[in-house]
Design a protein. Structure first.
Length: 443
């Protein structure tokens, strides 16, 4: 049936005529749809505003002061010149801090967290932030470019979350304090570069992370690992994690002489005015079925009766965290020696290790120990002066220096040298370590 009708010359379409009840339903649909759209917009706007409030942060500051030494510098972001820190100084985001040899700095953050910046270190303060509204979170981010820092993280206090992050080369180290995840404590990060005084453009040798108290996460592109108290791990430039060991600091660089003579300085000392030939220093392959790599060879072959000292030395300038924990390790082989024993003054040995240090009372001191292969028949060498080893055989020596009196506070330098008329000595695997934890816990 045709729904269109003609009446009084007007054509009407009855298909769009709705009853009053249909019109009411349609009105409610439109009203509810508009209300839903309004609520969705309001919810979105509210969430955005809430997220903005939570994400909105404000910058905080810290202070820096000297613990020891006089070579502590600070440079603000955008500035070219460094400023010498002579008193307590304000630290802001973007600031860089540099310490020289025998100089240690102490940074106190806005929440009483602390950072000890060790000798010959360079760091950048990337972030010190808290939530602008509410006490949602606080976050600190530090970038050690070279050297070592020791972090003491304060509790979160009234904040819901606190994160302390250290970004070092391939590794991101994080310690956090949250309602359901409490890790707060203390940890350290050491960034070693090929050049001991190098900057961000120099190649990284490794990153060492050690936890002193609490727990911390070590994350790289390769894996994530959680360390507990007195644990440490070495991370290589590619982000690969080494084995977890106890927290121990190595004070000697390039002790295996793998990186040529990097970090070592050669020296030759003569006790007379003659013009006789001095000793020779060279790197040679290690020829032993139980060892591989290279060794330092110190040699002199002459019939002259004068004394030459031939060796290498390395400046260290590092403080000990545990004064009673200091251990020396080295692999050595001696093929030739003259004079016998230790000479007339008991100071001429084919290998001598000498360590210069500052004791806990602030006095400069030295410790040394010799190694030899041939005893003088009438002048025996005291055991506390030198150790006799087998001729032309590799020997691994280990000496504990934890009983020195007074105890060492800071290691200044180490020397490896031969002294005498003639000698041929090989040495490698030189290591001087101290514990990061022990009788003096980090605060």
């Amino acid at each position: 049936m045709d729904q269109s009708t003609e009446h009084s010359g007007v054509i009407q379409d009855t298909s769009i005529v709705r009853s009053p009840s249909q019109q009411v339903v349609r009105a409610w649909v439109l009203l509810l749809g508009g209300l839903a759209a309004f609520l969705a917009l309001a919810l979105f706007t509210g969430n955005a505003a809430y997220s903005y409030v939570l994400d909105s942060t404000q910058e905080q500051t810290a202070t820096i002061e000297a613990v020891s030494g006089q070579s502590i510098l600070i440079r603000s972001e955008g500035e070219q010149d460094w400023r010498l820190v002579t008193e307590r100084t304000v630290v802001r985001e973007g600031d860089q801090i540099s310490t020289g040899s025998a100089s240690v700095a102490w940074i106190t953050l806005f929440d009483n967290s602390t950072i000890e910046v060790s000798e010959t270190s360079l760091i950048r303060v990337d972030k010190m932030r808290t939530s602008r509204l509410f006490r949602e979170r606080k976050e600190t981010v530090i970038e050690p470019i070279r050297g070592s820092i020791y972090v003491g993280m304060a509790p979160r206090g009234d904040f819901n979350s606190s994160i302390f992050r250290v970004e070092s080369g391939p590794a991101s180290i994080k310690m956090r304090d949250e309602i359901r995840n409490v890790q707060t404590g203390a940890f350290m990060v050491e960034t070693q570069r090929l050049d001991r005084s190098g900057g961000a453009e120099d190649s990284i040798l490794n990153v060492r992370v050690a936890v002193l108290r609490g727990m911390a996460e070590v994350e790289t592109e390769q894996e994530t690992r959680t360390l507990s108290a007195n644990e440490q791990v070495l991370v290589d430039p590619a982000g690969e994690h080494g084995s977890v060991t106890s927290a121990t600091r190595e004070h000697i660089r390039n002790g295996d002489f793998f990186h040529q003579m990097s970090d070592w300085i050669e020296f030759h000392d003569h006790d007379g005015e003659g013009t006789t030939e001095s000793g020779q220093i060279e790197r040679v392959p290690v020829e032993d079925e139980n060892r591989s790599g290279v060794a330092l060879q110190l040699s002199r072959s002459t019939n002259a009766g004068d004394n030459w000292e031939t060796g290498v030395q390395q400046s260290i300038g590092q403080s000990l965290r545990v004064h009673s924990s200091l251990n020396l390790f080295l692999d050595l082989r001696i093929d030739e020696q003259r004079p016998l024993g230790g000479g007339d003054a008991m100071t001429e040995f084919p290998l001598i290790v000498k360590i210069d240090y500052v004791d806990v009372n602030g006095h400069d001191r030295e410790w040394w120990h010799g190694f030899y292969i041939a005893e003088h028949p009438s002048e025996p060498v005291p055991e506390d002066v030198a150790t006799r080893v087998q001729r032309s055989e590799w020997t691994q020596a280990e000496i504990s220096l934890g009983d020195l009196e007074p105890l060492p506070r800071q290691i200044s330098s180490i020397k490896l040298y031969s002294s005498g008329h003639s000698y041929r000595t090989h040495v490698t695997g030189v290591s001087l370590t101290s514990s990061e934890t022990g009788d003096e816990e980090y605060d």
